[in-house]
Design a binder for this molecule. Structure first.
Ligand code: SF4
Length: 203
């Protein structure tokens, strides 16, 4: 479905604590766009895949709402938010003085002005190699032991300042967390990201 450049299909928006990645522990307003064409088997937000039945909301409204929450950081996530040109939404959020973070698989072009870009590549639809250089943070979900080696294949395409994170997939954590710990102890430019919002039982 094609949407106007100022409106986006929105599954949900909420104020919480960022649970993952470099900004773990910071309060953030999340805007979860509906629509995803990636299809991860372990996806924990499969209800975001379709845009059907979700409202299509205007950027100015979304920015005003985020600003009123009291947050300093807005995380645009999905779904796969880069199915859409996010330029207008980023501009509206910046006009409210908010920092704009993005969580994407980079399987579609990244369009918009972001203060922080977290790229989490997926095996189910490849990241666009030329987009990887935009990552401030590379966060690879480790579902299978072989994903640790796969994660390293992206290092050649990212910037030298990009943070490198392995994130054990929640349901496989017992199996893969010890492997991630062992890897990070030997490869000290990597760090571990845990899904701490699940421990905190918050969205
Ligand atoms: S890219 Fe994200 S929303 Fe889409 S299937 Fe994968 S985990 Fe789910």
């Amino acid at each position: 479905m094609k949407f106007s450049e100022t409106k986006y299909p929105i599954m949900e928006r909420f104020y919480t604590i960022q649970g993952e990645g470099v900004y773990t522990g910071f309060p953030a307003w999340f805007i979860r766009l509906a629509g995803c064409d990636v299809g991860c088997v372990w996806c924990d937000v499969k209800e975001s895949w379709s845009t059907a039945n979700y409202p299509v909301l205007d950027s100015e409204f979304l920015a005003q709402e985020a600003s009123l929450s009291g947050t300093k950081i807005v995380v645009i996530t999905g779904g796969e938010p880069c199915l859409y040109d996010l330029t207008v939404l980023c501009n509206a959020l910046h006009q409210k003085g908010l920092k704009v973070h993005l969580e994407t698989s980079a399987s579609s072009p990244i369009l918009g002005d972001f203060d922080w870009i977290c790229i989490s590549p997926k095996k189910f639809k490849a990241a666009i190699p030329s987009e990887l250089i935009k990552a401030n943070e590379l966060k690879v979900v480790v579902f299978h032991p072989s994903d640790i080696e796969w994660a390293q294949s992206f290092v050649k395409d990212i910037s030298i300042n990009c943070k490198l994170l392995l994130q054990p997939e929640w349901s496989k954590s017992n199996k893969v967390l010890p492997l991630c710990i062992d890897f990070v102890k030997k490869n000290t430019n990597w760090q571990i990201s845990l899904q701490t919002h699940k421990f905190m039982q918050i969205p």
